[in-house]
Design a protein around this ligand. Sequence first.
Ligand SMILES: *Cc1c(COP(=O)(O)O)cnc(C)c1O
Length: 361
Amino acid sequence: MTDRIYNFNPGPATLPLPTLEEAREALVNYKGSGMSILEISHRSALFEEVLQSAIARVKRLLGLDDRYVVLFMQGGASLQFALVPMNLASDAAPVDYVDTGTWSTKAIKEARILGKNVRVVASSEDKEFTYIPENIPINTDAAYLHITSNNTIRGTQYRSFPYAGSVPLVSDMSSDIFSRVFDPAPFGLIYAGAQKNVGPAGVTLVIVRKDMLERTPANLPTMLKYTTHAEKNSLYNTPPCFAIYMVDLMLKWLEEDIGGLAKMEAINREKAALLYDYMDSQDFYRGTARPDSRSWMNVTFRLPSADLEKKFIDEAQKAGLGGLKGHRSVGGCRASIYNAMPIQGVRALVEFMKDFATRNG
Ligand SMILES: *Cc1c(COP(=O)(O)O)cnc(C)c1O
């Protein structure tokens, strides 16, 4: 542990040490097979066990019943921006989107490229995406309502999800899935690139309600159909085996070491409160998200000047606190405090912030 830093990178992001240590063993000889986890067949009983275990953990942790199918796909959350409208809006039905910045903007762009009837029903662009819109209008003729549950770049997050009635919710949960308890029932589809909160880059988790699969049009390319991956249990072609293995280990850690989603949520809430309470108690650092929309995963803030921000990021790095630079599109600073960031790391960051403010304020 001694030479590991507290890694606040937004993604790929920090992973729990026990997970990395177990993977290190598996890298040379997996379960006495004489082969690396990287070398076993995706059709072998050993891998089948990994896949089934990962699916079962996803279902247990999120409380998903048999109406939901868990898929492991490739192409990142970015490919899902296109697959969602391709698969779920086959007819002329309008598709509704809430625009809360970069990632939702990109999702909207892909639906438009596909010629869908896109309606942006709410947006926070008027205030540089610093908040989550309220009173989102629900149109009963929409094929779905798409939201981005946590806005990694802007540091905003839905505290509660819109009530959409019979309209299925679709959410990009790349940066906050497994961070808190929520009711999955209103969701027709959830997707998440694993590299923020569930594992390494290379695999995308897709949770789809079975009734949504009936919408997939026949004329899509095979690999772009959710039905292909659902029918073949994510084994239509070679899946990203190692990334799925890491997801299983990460979820094992969440279930067995942390003790489940409610415990994880309590820890995440406490970590976020440590940072926001400190920020609200002084005026050297200024949070950029509206307080009621603040993310528990990505804490975005500014210092009095860009020069001080650079100095802050550099000195923090030297103090063993890495990855605090804000996204290049918005500047400033950002502390990503996903599940695997221990509370000790957040405490160390707050102490460093206090010290830096005293020296530079
Ligand atoms: C990182 C991120 C993405 C992009 O994910 P890729 O896996 O790189 O395609 C999309 N949405 C959100 C919310 C993200 O945080």
